[in-house]
Ligand binder design. Structure first.
Ligand SMILES: NC(=O)CC[C@H](N)C(=O)O
Length: 366
């Protein structure tokens, strides 16, 4: 297919590799950690997932934008959270009767810079062998040397605390006030669908800003604590580790997803590390070691918990492992009603194999 005349753009990686393509979204420059997501659908949920804050997403699926955007329903938070987007074919036109508009307009309004016309297969093979790195995209500056110099200002993801930037500023509630269960949600960058999954199971959720002192969560007198997903490095979040430690003391059920899983691990004395490349996509096979069953899971993480430290830990049991690379996908405390998973049981986007974990949390609270 011939492309219409369109502005050029450049993608420059930290190792000096240069890819040229065409502009999408806003004309400008944006830098962040380059991550690839292999999901074939659900782009809007991905762009609005606060866990992607500070990252440039490469969508490996062949067409992006073709089904437009939907306001509200397909947004996992209020607005776009990614720093930039890279894809192969970007469709300026969309076809879906429920769509509210085009992805191009959505990105322009959100000031998101992107690039398309990229051989994403070549790009992903490159990042996969070299490891995760920063990048810069520009449709305003087309000089690779200048962009490489500007790339030095993009912070390294390791050591970054980002939850405070995406967490709610004010406490809010979801669900019925007279519901049979109350859950205190620590918002480290929570996705809407996670809170909705809890509310759908009869929980009245009170969502607290990331740095809320534990006493405020406790004053709600919840039946359980939920520690959310979110962006950044769990090693840079001692405040959240402290909150989880105090929550564990209450002996009330606690459930963590993704960043919440990493924080529960750290609160249990298990270290986290930055992976060579993260897991981001909708088809990651995970084995539940308790039931022996396999789940196809939705994932988005660049850090993980140290397997040897979990295995040597007397009070922590591995409940789930990744069948591709044997990394830890879930743990539970033997001495407390607390468990967590590295992947995303709410999916959104993704398969619903793992939603039983929300039921397990509810059962534990009852
Ligand atoms: N989805 C998440 O919660 C991501 C957790 C963490 N920021 C990571 O990249 O590993």
């Amino acid at each position: 297919m011939t492309r219409p005349q369109q502005p050029k753009a450049l993608l420059v990686l930290q190792d000096g590799s240069v890819f040229d393509g065409f502009a999408l979204g806003k004309i400008g420059t944006a830098g962040g950690e380059i991550c690839f997501n292999t999901g074939m659908t659900g782009y809007q949920e991905i762009y609005t997932d606060p866990s992607y804050y500070g990252q440039v997403i490469v969508n490996t699926t062949s067409h992006i934008g073709n089904y437009g955007i939907q306001l509200g329903l397909e947004e996992e938070s209020a607005g776009v959270k990614i720093r930039g987007m890279v894809c192969n074919f970007f469709s300026p036109i969309f076809s879906r009767h429920l769509a509210d508009g085009s992805l191009q307009d959505y990105f322009e309004k959100a000031n998101i810079v992107g690039i398309h016309g990229i051989d994403t297969r070549q790009l992903v093979r490159h990042i996969r062998s070299k490891g995760v790195m920063n990048c810069i995209i520009s449709s305003a500056v087309l000089d690779p040397d200048q962009l490489l110099a500007e790339l030095n200002n993009v912070p390294d993801m390791a050591g970054l605390e980002l939850s405070s930037e995406v967490s709610t500023k004010a406490i809010y509630t979801v669900g019925q006030e007279d519901a049979r269960l109350k859950v205190a949600v620590l918002d480290l960058g929570v996705k809407k669908s996670i809170v909705q999954n809890l509310a759908d199971r009869g929980a009245y959720c009170k969502v607290f800003p990331a740095q809320t002192p534990f006493a405020e969560l406790q004053a709600f007198n919840p039946d359980g604590f939920f520690i959310s997903n979110g962006p950044g490095d769990p090693a840079a979040m001692p405040y959240a580790v402290e909150t989880v430690k105090q929550a564990l003391e209450t002996e009330k059920p606690l459930f963590g997803i993704c960043l919440g899983h990493q924080i529960l691990s750290r609160a249990s004395g298990i270290d986290t590390y930055k992976m060579h490349n993260g897991h981001r996509g909708l088809n990651h096979p995970v084995k539940n070691l308790i039931t022996g069953l396999c789940e196809v899971t939705s994932q988005n993480h660049g850090f993980a918990v140290k397997a040897d430290e979990v295995q040597d830990h007397g009070n922590v049991e591995v409940t789930h492992i990744n069948l591709n690379d044997n990394t830890i996908e879930g743990i539970r405390r033997k001495d407390k009603p607390a468990f967590s998973v590295q992947y995303h049981p709410e999916a959104s986007p993704g398969p619903h194999d793992s939603r039983y974990l929300f039921d397990d949390f509810v059962t534990l609270m009852q």
